[in-house]
Ligand binder design. Structure first.
Ligand SMILES: C[S@@+](CC[C@H](N)C(=O)[O-])C[C@H]1O[C@@H](n2cnc3c(N)ncnc32)[C@H](O)[C@@H]1O
Length: 383
């Protein structure tokens, strides 16, 4: 039953392009009697088979979902049930052969993406892809509106969790592998779950208390909440997005976090006009390929296509052409993505500066998963 459920989730992800996290949420809601171990088994099978799809197909000599699952279970030392459709043999011997396969098979990425990534990043691509296949730890951002980092560290230690600070990211803590965040802390808005790489973006805006800030692609508000904390509860943040559902989640999180300076606006035809020249700072946290977050969303790599990527880049370019109009004269904006591809990152920024000589790059930041062990990000501040 559990094995079949995991295979069912994978079928939705591989055959119908569905989002892995959402499929897991749905199946957990439909099976409220499953205990923690049951849920872990289903989630782990679905995640690891998605992450290692091509490597497992090589080991099993078959790319059907039952064969991929059986190879995954064998690989981690679990028994494959007698009645299961596929029982791969000689996996240990094939592991040795796998090591000699090309990167796209060994590290399980689509061929077209491998060609593109190597073309853009050269040899660094191999290191980044390998880093993106490691499991990601849980990072927290201490909400400095509600607590201090030291206090949270002590609270966690008193609950048996030895969290650690993250060098270079002042409000970040990392939990030991396999540890989850105790519920009360999350529920009270004392901490937010936010990757250390993502925590590098808001400080780049160089905000001050009292400023007017627009987060033009705010989503559910990871970075908007961070900006509110950096502004120490003074000023105004307008969180915009095309998704009303995400903005309502943002409002829920903002009230939990104890910030009152964020208001939300769903993008409409006249939004740009109404807010033109209003902001001291604008954050354009643009939709992107998401390649920097593959550790947490390995299904992305199977959904992404060359044409969807081109479409996303055209959207990024349009945003760069128009969203800076939200700034008052002398204001600054930050363009950010969670991609590793220069064509979505520095390439977009340099093209903008070429076509609009009023813009100049002040600071640029690239977060490499291979170098940091964090998700991958890019950000640039322009005046
Ligand atoms: C990278 S995500 C934002 C993540 C968010 N800033 C955070 O820190 O949690 C990009 C967001 O852009 C939104 N989006 C897509 N098209 C947009 C558009 N034309 N204008 C503004 N936002 C858009 C998406 O709904 C999505 O929430």
């Amino acid at each position: 039953m559990l094995a079949e459920s995991a295979a069912g989730v994978l079928e939705q992800v591989f055959k119908h392009g569905r989002v892995l996290d959402r499929e897991l949420d749905t199946i957990f809601r439909e099976n409220p009697k499953w205990g923690k171990r049951d849920r872990n088994f289903v989630a782990e099978t679905a995640f690891e088979v998605t992450r290692w799809r091509r490597a497992l197909a090589f080991l099993a000599g078959d790319d059907s979902i039952p064969a991929l699952c059986a190879a995954q279970w064998t690989r981690v030392g679990l028994e494959v049930p007698d009645w299961w459709a596929s029982h791969p043999s000689e996996i240990a011997a094939r592991e040795l052969e796998l090591a000699g396969q090309p990167l796209a098979i060994r590290e399980s990425i689509p061929d077209w993406l491998d060609v593109l990534g190597r073309g853009e990043l050269g040899e660094a691509w191999d290191r980044e892809v390998a880093a993106l296949n490691r499991r990601a730890p849980v990072f927290l951002r201490v909400n400095t509106i509600r607590a201090e980092v030291r206090g949270v560290l002590e609270w966690l230690a008193s609950h048996g969790i030895e969290a650690a600070r993250v060098p270079g990211v002042p409000d970040a803590l990392v939990l030991p592998a396999g540890k989850m965040l105790p519920k009360p802390l999350a529920a009270e808005g004392v901490v937010e779950i936010q990757d250390a790489g993502s925590q590098k973006i808001a400080p780049l805006l160089d905000v001050e208390p009292g400023m007017r800030v627009i987060d033009a692609c705010a989503g559910a508000g990871g970075k908007a909440l961070h900006l509110a904390a950096l502004m120490q509860g003074r000023g105004e943040i307008v969180a915009m997005d095309i998704s009303t559902a995400k903005l309502s989640e943002l409002r829920r999180r903002a009230s939990r976090a104890g910030t009152r300076i964020i208001r939300t606006e769903t993008w409409r035809e006249d939004t740009l006009k109404r807010y033109a020249g209003w902001a001291d700072r604008v954050l354009i946290d643009a939709p992107c390929s998401g390649l920097g977050t593959l550790r947490r969303q390995p299904d992305l790599k199977w959904r992404l296509t060359a044409s969807s990527l081109e479409k996303t880049k055209r959207l990024q370019r349009r945003m760069l052409d128009h969203y800076p109009e939200l700034l008052r004269p002398g204001g600054k904006f930050v363009y950010a993505t969670c991609s590793l591809l220069p064509s979505e990152n520095g390439g977009q920024i340099r093209n903008l500066v070429e076509r609009d000589p009023r813009r100049a790059i002040e600071e640029e930041l690239t977060v490499s998963p291979a170098e940091t062990g964090w998700d991958g990000f890019f950000a640039a501040r322009l005046g």
